[in-house]
Unconditional design. Structure first.
Ligand code: PGA
Length: 259
């Protein structure tokens, strides 16, 4: 069985004091849960401090973005090695907000995925369609193009830790969640595509997270779906109680499933 992931994407929220408090509360609340991979992706400025607080805990840390070059004159950017040096093990790549506001293309996403793996981080590659694309019946086509484009030229062995997050743009921060069936349909398509691109084994072992207005009251139904292996959670990850609830709900579900 694939090990589930509950990841919090804090986006551009939380100054140092707030971040430390939130991380502390999550750490306390999720203490002893060992059948869910817990990931926090705070703003860059808070990672180092949270990293010290979470050493040897069940919490892993990730960046929200990285550059594809190892280093260089790229004002305002952050490298994979920098993230690693403050304790990150993961990095979110190609989030729809990066695609929309910072014009990241599939080609850029691909370069970042490559750089992350080369530098020893686990990429969480995000894909998802806009409302217009969904209404035009193009969801599967768009997601397929994003997955194929982001992974172009990379082998199954190289991608053996890759995590994918399906996040329909119309569900992010809007309060509108995809129904479990809508999410499952796209997750199953991604898994089928991975089988075609790589192999059955690669596809079966990939973790595919759902993101987009995941909350304590809808997480269970989403996580019950066969091809949904966890959540990438924005707004609802900013409150410790709710985030810990989602970790516990997922943990209990997988305990029942025999994980
Ligand atoms: P949301 O964000 O949970 O606030 O919809 C999810 C995300 O953007 O990763």
């Amino acid at each position: 069985m694939r090990r589930p992931i509950i990841a919090g994407n804090w986006k551009m929220y939380k100054d140092m004091d707030e971040a430390v408090q939130l991380a502390n509360e999550i750490k306390r609340g999720a203490y002893r849960i060992d059948n869910v991979e817990i990931i926090l992706c705070p703003p860059f400025t808070n990672i180092s401090e949270i990293s010290e607080m979470t050493v040897e805990s069940n919490i892993g840390l990730g960046g929200q973005n990285c550059h594809w070059e190892k280093e260089g004159a790229y004002t305002g950017e952050i490298s994979v090695a920098m993230l690693k040096s403050v304790g990150c093990r993961y990095v979110i790549i190609g989030h729809s907000e990066r695609r929309k506001y910072f014009l990241e293309t599939d080609e850029i996403v691909g370069r970042k995925v490559n750089a992350a793996i080369a530098g020893g981080l686990v990429p969480i590659m995000c894909v998802g369609e806009t409302l217009e694309e969904r209404e035009a019946g193009k969801t599967l086509e768009v997601v397929k193009t994003q997955v194929t484009g982001g992974l172009k030229g990379l082998s199954a062995d190289y991608l053996d830790k890759l995590i994918i997050a399906y996040e329909p743009v119309w569900a992010i921060g809007t309060g509108k969640t995809a129904t479990p069936a809508q999410a499952q349909e796209v997750h199953a398509m991604i898994r089928k595509l991975l089988k075609e691109l790589y192999s059955e084994e690669f596809s079966y072992s990939r973790r595919i997270l759902y993101g987009g207005s995941v909350k304590p009251d809808n997480v269970l139904e989403l996580m019950k779906e066969d091809d949904i292996d966890g959540g990438l959670i924005g707004g609802a990850s900013l409150k410790a109680d709710g985030f810990v609830d989602m970790i516990k709900i997922t943990s209990s579900l997988y305990a029942e499933k025999g994980e």
